[in-house]
Design a protein around this ligand. Structure first.
Ligand code: TTP
Length: 396
C-alpha cells in the first residue's frame, strides 16, 4: 500500500520553532518528527511513500531523498496550505489502489499503523477524556464496531473516540478528494472520511498512545516519548570520570568530559560537547554540535543543533532552537509558586500547556545576557536578546 504523509503545513502554532525548520523536521529523539511517521509506515509494509510538501519543502525533500530505508519516496507539492483533503488531493496523481494517509506531525505506535493497514478501510482512533476538542467517531455496537460517522468538535460527542489522523482508504476514495471548504475555510479530510463511511465499513483501530505535535510543549512530550524508547549506546568519547546512568545514548563524535552526570533517557548527538561538571537529566536531547558547559544543569529539555549553554546555567522543561547562546548564570524557572499549569502564547493567545512544569521556548539565535532569569512559559522569538541581570517576565 502507498502511504501519503502530510507534511506541507506551516506549523503556525509551533512558532518560533517552525520559523526556519518546518514542523515535520523538528527534532524528536534521533530523527525529525515526520521520520517517525514515515518509519511506522515502512515498518507496516508501505511500498511507496508520497510526501506532501509545501512550507519549507526543500528541507523535507533533502532529508528523505528519492529513496528512504530502501522504499521509494515521491513528492507532491501543495502550493497553498488549503487543508488536509486538499493536501491529499495534491498527491492524487501518485495514487492507485488502496492508500494510507498519515499526518506527518502525529506520533503513533508503529504496531498500530500495521493494524491500520491490515484493517483497510480503517481509521485510527484514540479514547480521550474531552472528545469535544477533536473530530469524534460514532460507531455501531461499541468501540470496535464499524464507524458510522465523524463529526468535528461536537458539543455532545457521541463517543470518546477521537480521530487520530491516520487512515487506510479504499481505492475509490481517490475520486472523493475534492470536498467543499469547511466553515473555517479549509478542505478537510474528515469530509473524505465521511464519504468513505457512507460507502464502506470503516474499522476503527484503537490506539494505546498517540500524540498530535502542534505546539512547543508537545514537541517536548514527543521527545519524552521517543527518547524513552532508546537503548543505552555509548559510541562517543566519554571521560572515565563521567557517570552515565540508564538509557543514555552518546553518538560517535560526541564528547563527555570529566565530572559529568547524565541520567537517561538522554541522547547526546554527534559533535555535541558536554561538561566538564554538567548535569543532564530527565528526557533530554542535546542536538548536534551543541555545547553544555561547566556547572550547567539541563533537565527534560530539547537543545537544538549549534546551541551553547556554556557555564553556570539551569535549563529545565524547555525547548531551545538552533544556535541559541545562553549567557553564564541564566536561570530558567519552570514551576509557578501557586503550582498552576503553565500558560504559553499560541497565535497571540495565552493557553494552558496542561503542564505543571514548563520552562521557556527560544527561537533560533536567541542570546541571553549573563544572569538573566526567565519565567515559566516564556516565548523568545528568533534573534531576541536579554540584558545582563534582567528578569524577563514577558514574551519578546
Ligand atoms: P495542522 O496541524 O492542522 O496544520 P499545520 O501543521 O500547518 O499547523 P498549524 O495549525 O499550527 O499552522 O495539519 C495537520 C497535518 O496536515 C500536518 O501534518 C500538516 C498537514 N497539512 C498539510 O499538509 N496541508 C495543509 O494544507 C494543512 C492545513 C495541513
Amino acid at each position: 500500500m502507498k502511504a501519503v504523509v502530510l507534511a506541507a503545513g506551516q506549523g503556525t502554532r509551533m512558532r518560533p520553532l517552525s520559523e526556519s525548520v518546518p514542523k515535520p523536521m523538528l527534532p524528536v529523539a534521533d530523527r525529525p518528527l515526520a521520520a517517525h511517521t514515515v518509519d511506522a509506515a515502512i515498518e507496516a509494509g508501505a511500498d511507496e511513500i508520497v510526501l506532501v510538501i509545501g512550507y519549507e519543502a526543500e528541507t523535507v525533500r533533502d532529508y528523505f531523498g528519492p529513496e528512504y530505508r530502501g522504499v521509494p519516496v515521491s513528492y507532491a507539492v501543495q502550493e497553498r496550505q488549503a487543508g488536509t483533503a486538499d493536501a491529499v488531493n495534491a498527491a492524487r496523481d501518485h495514487l492507485e489502489g488502496p492508500f494510507a494517509v498519515l499526518n506527518g506531525d502525529n506520533l503513533y505506535d508503529p504496531a498500530a499503523i500495521d493494524r491500520l493497514f491490515d484493517a483497510c478501510p480503517a481509521i485510527c482512533a484514540i479514547e480521550v477524556a474531552e472528545p469535544s476538542n477533536y473530530g469524534v467517531l460514532s460507531t455501531e455496537g461499541g468501540p470496535d464496531g464499524p464507524v458510522t460517522g465523524i463529526i468535528e468538535k461536537p458539543d455532545e460527542p457521541p463517543t470518546n473516540l477521537a480521530n487520530a489522523g491516520a487512515y487506510a482508504f479504499p481505492a475509490e476514495a481517490r475520486q472523493w478528494l475534492e470536498v467543499p471548504a469547511s466553515e473555517r475555510g479549509e478542505h478537510e479530510i474528515t469530509d473524505v472520511v465521511a464519504r468513505v463511511i457512507e460507502e464502506f465499513d470503516m474499522t476503527p483501530v484503537t490506539l494505546e498512545r498517540w500524540l498530535d505535535v502542534g505546539r512547543p510543549w508537545e514537541l517536548l512530550e514527543a521527545n519524552e516519548w521517543k527518547l524513552a524508547t532508546l537503548e543505552r549506546r555509548i559510541d562517543g568519547d566519554v571521560s572515565e570520570d563521567a557517570h552515565l546512568e540508564g538509557d543514555v545514548v552518546v553518538e560517535a563524535g560526541a564528547t563527555i568530559e570529566p565530572g559529568v552526570v547524565i541520567e537517561g533517557p538522554a541522547l547526546i548527538r554527534e559533535g555535541a560537547e558536554v561538561g566538564p561538571n554538567a548535569y543532564v537529566r530527565g528526557a533530554t536531547l542535546i542536538g548536534r554540535d551543541a555545547e553544555i558547559g561547566h556547572a550547567v544543569e539541563v533537565k527534560n529539555s530539547v537543545v537544538s543543533p549549534g546551541t551553547s549553554v556554556s557555564h553556570l546555567s539551569y535549563v529545565g522543561d524547555s525547548v531551545l532552537g538552533r544556535n541559541v547562546n545562553v549567557g553564564a548564570g541564566t536561570n530558567v524557572a519552570n514551576l509557578r509558586h501557586d503550582d498552576a499549569d503553565i500558560r504559553f502564547t499560541v497565535k497571540g493567545e495565552r493557553v494552558s500547556t496542561g503542564r505543571r512544569k514548563f520552562g521557556v521556548v527560544a527561537g533560533d539565535g536567541v542570546k541571553t545576557g549573563i544572569n538573566t532569569s526567565l519565567t515559566p512559559g516564556l516565548k523568545l522569538e528568533g534573534g531576541a536578546t536579554t540584558r545582563p541581570g534582567e528578569a524577563v517576565e514577558r514574551d519578546r
